[in-house]
Design a binder for this molecule. Structure first.
Ligand code: PNS
Length: 163
């Protein structure tokens, strides 16, 4: 049984993330979406909210499990017995950071392999950060996120929590 761990901040899950999950379920027996507690960022959605949103959006994928992790990614890989880490490459600009991260993870654990996949071109410019910015500035962000995530962002906007 082949398990891939797909880590990220997912603040929030976008159509780009979903595109990658959809591709991964076709290649792996199990896809573990691993939501990171990233101390560098002050997230719009709490850890529990992010996990819950992904669970709801991915409910129809029987191969997908959603987990959270703190600390090092390589430790999560060992804990969840994943065979590889999955990361998305949207543009050339992603590559340098992703390559560094993959090398660092493999230097921390020589068995930690990283697999890169590309989303559909129409999702290649979509990022959580930009979705939040478009939402905050009153633009139409619905086309970049799943319906359930759109509703959740809308709720945060109404509550004045998107700053
Ligand atoms: O969605 P993101 O913000 O690009 O995800 C980045 C993430 C969470 C995958 C990365 O920051 C991470 O792996 N954090 C865990 C801490 C860690 O292991 N750092 C050392 C490897 S660079």
């Amino acid at each position: 049984m082949r398990t891939v761990l797909y880590p990220g901040s997912f603040d929030p899950l976008t159509n780009g993330h979903l595109d990658l999950i959809d591709r991964a379920v076709k290649l792996f027996d199990k896809v573990l979406v691993a939501v990171a507690v990233n101390s560098d960022k002050s997230p719009l959605f709490s850890m529990d909210e992010r996990v819950q949103l992904i669970k709801e959006v991915c409910a129809h994928y029987h191969k997908v499990e959603v987990v959270s992790f703190t600390g090092l990614l390589v430790e999560a890989v060992v804990m969840y017995q994943a065979d590889a880490v999955l990361r998305g490459l949207r543009a050339f600009s992603d590559f340098e950071y992703e390559l560094q991260m993959a090398f660092m993870n493999r230097s921390l654990n020589k068995n930690c392999e990283t697999i890169f996949m590309m989303p559909n071109e129409r999702n290649s410019y979509v990022s959580s950060r930009m979705v939040k910015e478009v939402a905050r500035l009153g633009g139409n962000f619905a086309q970049y996120v799943p319906e359930r995530v759109k509703d959740a962002i809308q709720k945060k906007l109404t509550a004045g929590e998107v700053s």
